[in-house]
Design a protein around this ligand. Structure first.
Ligand code: GLU
Length: 453
């Protein structure tokens, strides 16, 4: 933990963190996310001793509710499969629990708790009335037929529905959960409850209650955040070489917006390797492969002979000025950060949740790279989910232009809050400190106002 200069505060933080480790054994990702926030907020405690009195830190480190359930389903061969489902309803001081569902074999309680913890502060930064939550299952959608995906979603929702509601808990997508899965989940919720409750899920299809810009929002938002960080330094994205890891929704639309803002994204990846296209990633080809055909990134080089595919390897070896990790947690380590710094990176923007390891973050901060942490930089997705909830509540639907404009304003607002908070608390230019403190203050003020809950 970073020393604050006040031994009493330092000791208290160490104690809280030790208790978190003790109470949550075997959850390294959760410990990592908590450690990062606790390391930033020492100065807040010195300024606001009442937060310690109310035991806000201790309360914030404990999720309000953790739900774990069995998800039984039958595959196409008639074989019975069992998965484990989760929903961590992390904090509802600012609004109903809000956050995505992740379907991936790596999902476990540690991952869902770290994501729910991060989500709470991220959602606070959007200034929208949403609490934090996250869920998912250790289900691997890869290679599964459409009918299997549907049966899995139906079984998952058959348990989860009782915990949801537009004023209670509003899931959305994340890795492995897109519009198709939200459709099956929503259909099952509607069937069980006999309610067309549009506001219970976001990321819905445009023709049945979804919002324009939601599919693009996380990636667009990350690109907007990169632009804001560069502008704050009197620089811009214009002509900058960008490397974006991943090739899902977040990566694809980060690339699209980076291109529109003047950058040139030359590389992206999936779990098998990465492609480099020096002329700039061709978005139409990428969308056809990944969105339409649900294929692999290696297929890209068959259609674009100018590009090369590197099997395995590390995408961060590709020299660039802007790096956007948009794949998954801890995908960019200290060694990769050192390579990026050596190659002259000027901005790093986290499109995924916690993709940079603590070592990597430390290295970027030490070398004065503009570093946008996920809870600020990728908040555009959930913010647009909140805009979807607004549209559902008023039975309205907004144009693409208007919604995108709202998204851009929200991202500019988040950037400003992080920038100013970092300055106020003595760490100018440090968006990690800015995001953690600004998010924490908003959540803790609401928690204090609502009494001991
Ligand atoms: N899964 C996304 C995130 O990490 C979006 C959540 C939402 O839209 O509720 O923020």
């Amino acid at each position: 933990m970073n020393p604050t200069g006040d031994p009493e505060t330092d000791e208290r933080m160490e104690q809280v963190y030790a208790a978190v480790i003790d109470r949550n054994p075997g959850e390294p990702e959760f410990h990592q996310a908590v450690h990062e926030v606790l390391s930033s907020i020492g100065p807040v405690l010195r300024k606001h001793p009442e937060l310690a009195e109310h035991k806000i830190i201790e309360r914030i480190c404990e999720p309000e509710r953790q739900i774990i359930f069995r998800v039984p389903w039958a595959d196409d061969a008639g074989e019975i499969q069992i998965n484990r489902g989760y929903r961590v309803e992390y904090n509802s001081a600012l609004g109903p629990y809000k956050g995505g569902l992740r379907f991936h074999p790596s999902v476990n309680l540690s991952i869902v708790k770290f994501l729910g913890f991060e989500q709470t502060f991220k959602n606070a930064l959007t200034m929208m009335p949403i609490g934090g939550g996250k869920g998912g299952a250790n289900f691997d959608p890869k290679g599964r037929s459409d009918a299997e995906i549907m049966r899995f979603c139906q079984s998952f929702m058959t348990e989860l529905y009782r915990h949801l509601g537009e004023y209670t808990d509003v899931p959305a997508g994340d890795i492995g959960v897109g519009t198709r899965e939200i459709g099956y989940l929503f259909g099952q919720y509607k069937r069980i409850t006999n309610r067309y409750e549009s506001g219970v899920l976001t990321g819905k299809g445009i023709t049945w209650g979804g919002a324009l810009v939601r599919p693009e929002a996380t990636g667009y938002g990350a690109a907007f955040f990169a632009q804001e960080m560069l502008q704050a330094r009197g620089d811009s994205l214009d002509g900058k070489t960008c490397v974006v890891s991943g090739s899902g929704n977040v990566a694809i639309y980060a690339i699209e917006k980076l291109h529109q803002l003047g950058g040139i994204a030359i590389a992206c990846s999936d779990s098998q390797g990465y492609v480099v296209d020096e002329t700039g990633i061709d978005l139409e080809t990428l969308k056809e492969i990944k969105l339409d055909a649900r294929g692999r990134i290696r297929d890209y080089v068959e259609r674009r002979p100018s590009a090369k595919f590197v099997e395995g390897g590390c995408i961060w070896d590709v020299p660039c000025q802007v790096a956007a990790p948009c794949a998954t947690q801890n995908e960019l380590d200290g060694a990769a950060a050192a390579t990026l710094v050596r190659n002259g990176v000027v901005a790093v923007v986290e499109g995924a949740n916690m993709p940079a390891t603590p070592d990597a973050v430390a290295s970027f901060l030490e070398h004065k790279v503009a570093f946008g942490p996920g809870k600020a930089a990728n908040a555009g997705g959930v913010a647009t989910s909140a805009l979807e909830m607004q549209q559902n509540a008023s039975r309205d639907s907004w144009s693409f232009e208007y919604t995108e404009q709202r998204l851009a304003q929200i991202m500019a607002g988040i950037h400003e809050a992080c920038y100013e908070t970092a300055e106020e608390y003595g760490s100018p230019g440090n968006y990690v400190v800015g995001a953690n403190i600004a998010g924490f203050l908003r959540v803790s003020q609401a928690m204090t106002a609502l009494g001991l809950i």
